[in-house]
Design a protein. Structure first.
Length: 379
């Protein structure tokens, strides 16, 4: 009886220990999952910070790759993007001598099916003397890798590959976490693709030689976001339509040119000045708060509104000759004098927030203001 009691007690203790271990394992797993969620949250935040920073598209992609390597302790991480003509390594911490191999993975048989089916592919070796199927000259760098094809709205745009110098290093990796990371990469790429589009359509205005609105969202933003707070000013030549109608469009063009030249000549290099749209212009006072630009804008406004702008005799003669030679309908130009009038509105911009929202707010104010309003307003 004593022996049976001891056995029963031992069995109960063993069962209790098993239940205890299972409970502890679940708690540890729950903690790991919670910790992983916190890490993912930090990574997403870091991604968003990378998007909002002052860097160009290429620099942003490199930054998010650095975030992946640091946060998840990945040995090697490479993002390759297909631009429609060729594959380009956009970000990698692998030595450049291996980039030709990394940008050609789409031609490797084991990854072709991965691209076609939009599913990840895990490859590894069993010992230090083997090499991965896509490796050519290199031998000791990577011993295991996971390949992720990347898609934006079901359109294939390239791939992300992580590598380790240890065989079977990714055998027990949480693939759901890696899928979340991949989706974050795609989200960032989708955002920077839009920025790249904006950067590619930046142009200079014919009359003023100033950059267009799109410049503000690319290179311009890079300058502005070197500072935490800046002041954005938008001004409008409120009587330009009357000048065009009562005098001539040629005189109106000269008004726009002389105003833009005067402002540009009096701005510091760290400030951004663009022709926003039609008679509207934007000045970004990088690193300057709103109350510090009032005197400058008052002076600019006073100087411009005291201008008396007119076409020269030579300009009038040349233009009248063109009208007569082409038999265009319209009056011959005279030596009329135009006096411009401006309406200013300013607002603060904080690094990391939506610059386009600030500009939209300023534009709406000018468009809805009294047609005769000529002031400097802070909103």
């Amino acid at each position: 009886m004593v022996m049976i009691a001891v056995v029963v007690l031992l069995v109960a203790i063993v069962i209790g220990l098993i239940v205890y271990n299972i409970t502890i394992h679940k708690k540890i797993q729950k903690f790991k999952n919670l910790n992983q969620k916190v890490t993912n949250l930090y990574v997403v935040q870091d991604f968003m910070n990378a998007i909002g920073e002052t860097s160009s598209v290429e620099e942003k992609i490199k930054k998010i790759n650095d975030v992946l390597i640091e946060r998840y302790e990945i040995k090697y991480s490479t993002i390759v993007v297909f631009d429609g003509a060729e594959y380009q390594v956009k970000a990698s911490n692998v030595d450049r001598k291996h980039w030709d191999s990394l940008r050609s993975l789409h031609d490797v048989d084991i990854f072709k099916d991965s691209i076609e089916t939009a599913t990840p592919k895990y490859v590894t070796v069993n010992n230090e003397h083997e090499r991965l199927p896509y490796q050519q000259m290199e031998f000791g760098r990577a011993k295991s890798a996971i390949f992720f094809p990347l898609y934006i709205d079901n359109v294939y745009i390239g791939y992300w590959i992580i590598e380790s110098g240890t065989p079977h290093d990714f055998d027990n990796v949480d693939t759901t976490v890696l899928e979340v990371i991949k989706q974050n990469i795609v989200s960032v790429l989708k955002t920077v693709v839009h920025q790249k589009t904006l950067e590619s359509i930046v142009r200079k205005d014919l009359f003023t030689g100033l950059y267009s609105e799109e410049y503000l969202y690319g290179e311009g933003k890079k300058i502005i976001d070197q500072y935490t707070v800046s002041t954005i000013c938008m001004f409008k030549i409120i009587n330009i339509q009357r000048i065009n109608k009562d005098f001539s469009r040629e005189l109106g063009n000269k008004v726009i040119t002389q105003i833009s030249n005067y402002v540009n000549d009096n701005l510091a290099q760290e400030y951004v000045f663009v022709r926003y749209m039609g008679p509207k212009f934007v000045i970004a006072f990088s690193g300057v708060e709103a109350n510090s630009v009032a005197d400058f804008l008052n002076d600019i406004k006073e100087k411009i509104e005291s201008m008396q702008i007119q076409l020269t005799d030579q300009e009038i003669a040349t233009l009248n000759m063109e009208v007569n030679s082409t038999k265009k309908l319209g009056k011959e130009l005279a030596k009329d004098v135009a006096i411009p009038r401006l309406n200013f509105v300013i607002s603060s911009y904080y690094k990391g927030t939506g610059l386009e929202e600030v500009l939209k707010k300023l534009e709406e104010y000018l468009d809805n203001a009294d047609p005769n309003e000529s002031d400097i307003t802070n909103i």
